[in-house]
Design a protein around this ligand. Structure first.
Ligand code: GDP
Length: 298
């Protein structure tokens, strides 16, 4: 298994090396120091808004600790990151089957992530049904079926072009009738028809909610770490339209710009629950802010 610290090695190299360089070339946390630190954050795709907020927080922390010493900076940054990531996941008692609605733009790794989640749940002894709610693309249905077969999960689909809400509704029926513990609902990710897509997602929520109390229990947004600031705008878009409960950030292994993790959390106050560190079904790690901060800064 790839450890988190290995999975984010590109980001780590980029950020840690540059921070070390910054610290060794400054004798105090002066304006010049903060300016260069901001550059590092921008390079790591933290984004302007989150970078500014982060720096304000760090300055306040340094002031409170009464230090101006670069030697203390990593500790301050680590403590701040740990606080940022302290977003509690929404936990609730669920009457099975638990229903997770998976949303996100095409190409971010949603299909792979569904497979990874299914695999993980099955490893924990849960019976998993995957429903192909992206009826817009025949390839999406096929790909999901290939994964379901490979993992040994249940699979439900209707013909291409079917109403996604009907897929969700019937999958819900099947999940209840056949005693599944977990239903993973794939949804479309065609952003060029944004309004239709959001209406479609809302309709899916309505019909599964009618069928099964509290469902979908969680709406999980999948975003791609390599798309940087796009990941941020997608989060805003989906969260405003359908209400996102959790985020899964994929392809963190493929980028030196993992700073987007900070931006996403800081700006949306949504928990990142898992990160994708590769293409295989095992390459999903629970995200823990403390471990991330530690992995990033040591
Ligand atoms: P979808 O269109 O959102 O369903 O995206 P897919 O699941 O088909 O994934 C798109 C591509 O990203 C595929 O080549 C996946 O193997 C790859 N991918 C998905 N997750 C990860 C990840 O965590 N790390 C890496 N390196 N590749 C990933």
């Amino acid at each position: 298994f790839l450890k988190l610290s290995e999975g984010i090695s590109k980001t780590r190299e980029q950020i840690t090396k540059r921070i070390d360089g910054l610290l060794s070339s400054h004798s105090s946390l002066d304006d010049d120091f903060w300016e260069e630190f901001e550059e590092i954050l921008i390079m790591a795709d933290v984004g302007m808004e989150a970078a500014n907020q982060l720096m304000e927080n760090l300055k306040a922390r340094a002031k409170k600790a009464g230090t101006d010493d670069p030697d203390d900076f990593k500790d301050i940054l680590r403590a701040e990151l740990e606080d940022i990531f302290k977003v509690p996941p929404r936990i609730e008692a669920v009457n099975p089957p638990e229903v997770l609605m998976m949303v996100g733009v095409n190409g971010v790794g949603k299909t792979t992530t569904i497979a990874k989640l299914a695999h993980r749940a099955q490893m924990q002894g849960r019976k998993v049904l995957i429903a192909a709610g992206d009826t817009f693309r025949a390839a999406a249905i096929e790909q999901l079926e290939v994964w379901a077969n490979r993992i040994g999960a249940g699979f439900f689909a209707k013909a291409e072009g079917s109403d996604p809400a009907a897929v969700a509704y019937e999958a819900m029926d099947k999940a209840v009738a056949e005693g599944y513990d977990l239903l993973l609902l794939d949804t479309a990710g065609r952003l060029h028809t944004k309004i239709n897509l959001m209406e479609e997602l809302k309709k899916i929520e309505r019909v599964v909610g009618k069928k099964h109390e509290g469902a979908p229990h969680r709406t999980i947004l999948v975003i791609d770490a390599t798309t940087g600031q796009n990941a941020l705008s997608q989060t805003k878009l989906f969260n405003e339209a359908v209400g996102v409960d959790e985020i899964i950030l994929t392809k963190l292994d493929g980028t030196a710009k993992g700073g987007v993790v900070v931006a996403v959390t800081l700006q949306n106050k949504l928990p990142i629950t898992f990160v994708g560190l590769g293409e295989k079904m095992e390459d999903l790690r629970p995200f823990n802010g403390k471990d991330f901060a530690k992995a990033l800064l040591t």
